[in-house]
Design a protein around this ligand. Structure first.
Ligand SMILES: [Zn+2]
Length: 472
């Protein structure tokens, strides 16, 4: 096992599989003009980035129509599904021979806001400067959407019928929860994807150093599940000149204090333990041993103090609870009859909603406080022993012999969870090297993607799909 876990600044690598040495089908390399495909994808992405799909309000229908038009021009029928005014999904399916179940290429059309005054070039310019294509969404995730689209067009052009259908799905609303995008599909049109086995989405890129050199290929196969709770305390209302010890506000404050004092309730999952072993070799001093034996370390209060110093790494070790919203009262001299608090809990794979709710109930120890669930999306991890994972490993080996392919568990969530809930094996994997200087531009300023990244991404995506699709 090598030290591929090093500096997973925004991720947790869990386990390591060395790339297989089996070579890809030789038919793949022959007669494919990857350079031309990369140039075509760059042109399409430039035009796509010019469409402002900032959410809110989104206006993603314009983006969906743009993508549908390109699919149609290339002989692939595309459908538009309206999910809200001005908002729509685009869906297309390239039929295979039906021997195996399909692969969904998922991407979101919406982007986060950008303030032009902060950018070096206008956020919706979609132009290349110094070998990089600029625009909001270049990385998150219009760039990946076009890499998926171009790979699909290449398969269509090749005339090869794969063993699997390839499904293209562009959705709105991801950046604000996905209810009018992926969530809408799950609720209203699950039949569009339910027959498929795999889904490829954003969620992890190839982590690179500042010179763009890949450290490893990370595949996001699991995410923590969000569980949002609302605690409501009720009590007698009254005039503030005569304090009421059992008031709603007092009860709520006491309950929240208990939750705060309880501290983390650790649960070290085997793959996370493995990750900590990997990163321990990069640490000096006490942390080296603490991480190497993390399952024991979490039982020692002194060591826990040090572990909690890293908010990202430590979040992998327990179900986190953050107090985010507090509401009570309307006037300084009135004791309110009700007080509420909202908690954002992020839950490890394998833990249920009921376990967390009973933990909160037991900890606050006040049966008069109601605990309501505002939001709960349970996302089970996807399997790793699959044809798609093997295809990614094969392509990694083909591109860089010896390149490690690392499964990762991440603390954030993407639209993948909607589809994992439908039973698909979903991987967050964008086959593009992203160094720290580009990573910082996602949801930040000056977002851009190297043109070489688009070319590499298209080639790798095509190879992966051809391989998992059984092309000979
Ligand atoms: Zn995104």
């Amino acid at each position: 096992m090598s030290q591929v876990g090093r500096r997973l600044s925004l991720s947790v690598g869990i386990g390591l599989c060395l790339a297989l040495t089996t070579s890809l089908s030789s038919a793949l390399a022959a007669d494919v003009d990857y350079k031309a495909a990369g140039a075509e994808a760059t042109k399409i992405l430039g035009d796509y980035l010019k469409i402002d799909t900032t959410v809110p309000p989104g206006n993603e229908k314009k983006g969906a129509e743009f993508l549908a038009e390109i699919l149609k021009k290339n002989g692939i029928e595309a459908q538009i599904f309206d999910t809200a005014p001005g908002r729509a999904c685009v869906y297309a399916r390239l039929k295979g021979n039906g021997k195996k179940r399909g692969v969904v290429l998922l991407n979101h059309i919406d982007v986060v806001p950008a303030n032009p005054a902060d950018w070096k070039h206008p956020p919706f310019c979609g132009e290349v400067f110094d070998g990089e294509l600029w625009g909001r969404g270049a990385l998150d995730m219009k760039g990946m959407g076009i890499i998926e689209l171009e790979a699909m067009l290449m398969i269509k052009k090749s005339g090869i019928t794969l063993d699997r259908d390839i499904v293209f799905l562009g959705t709105p609303d991801e950046e604000v929860g996905g209810e009018f995008g992926a969530g809408w599909i799950k609720k209203n049109k699950p039949e569009l994807v339910k027959d498929c086995e795999f889904l490829i989405n954003e969620g992890f890129m190839i982590e690179a150093d500042k010179d763009g050199k890949a450290k490893y290929w990370g595949v996001n196969f699991a995410e923590k599940s969000p569980l949002w709770l609302e605690l409501t305390a009720k009590g007698q209302a009254g005039h503030a000149s005569m304090p009421l010890p059992g008031s709603a506000t007092n009860k709520l404050v006491k309950a929240l204090q208990k939750l705060n004092d309880a501290g983390p309730n650790f649960k070290v999952l085997p793959p996370v333990e493995e990750y900590f072993k990997n990163v321990s070799t990069l640490e000096g001093g006490e942390l080296k041993d603490i991480y190497a034996t993390v399952a024991d370390s979490v039982k020692d209060p002194a060591k826990v103090k040090l572990i909690m110093g890293d908010v990202l790494k430590s979040s992998m070790l327990y179900n986190t609870v953050s107090l985010t919203v507090l509401k009570a009262g309307y006037k300084t001299n009135v004791i309110p009859g009700e007080a509420t608090a909202q908690l954002d809990c992020r839950i490890l794979p394998g833990v249920t909603k009921d376990e967390v709710v009973s933990y909160v109930k037991k900890t606050i120890d006040d049966p008069t406080i109601e605990i309501g669930v505002i939001e709960w999306e349970q996302a089970e991890p996807s399997k790793l022993d699959t044809d798609l994972f093997n295809s990614i490993k094969k392509v990694a080996a083909d591109e860089f012999p010896g390149m490690p392919v690392v499964p990762v568990l991440v603390p954030w969530f993407t639209d993948s969870h909607w589809f994992r809930e439908l039973g698909l094996t979903a991987y967050g994997f964008e086959p593009v090297e992203v160094g720290p200087q580009h990573m910082a531009t996602m949801h930040g300023v000056d977002e851009r993607i190297p043109v070489k990244g688009i070319e590499d991404g298209v080639r790798r995506m095509y190879k992966i799909l051809m391989d998992v699709g059984g092309a000979k």
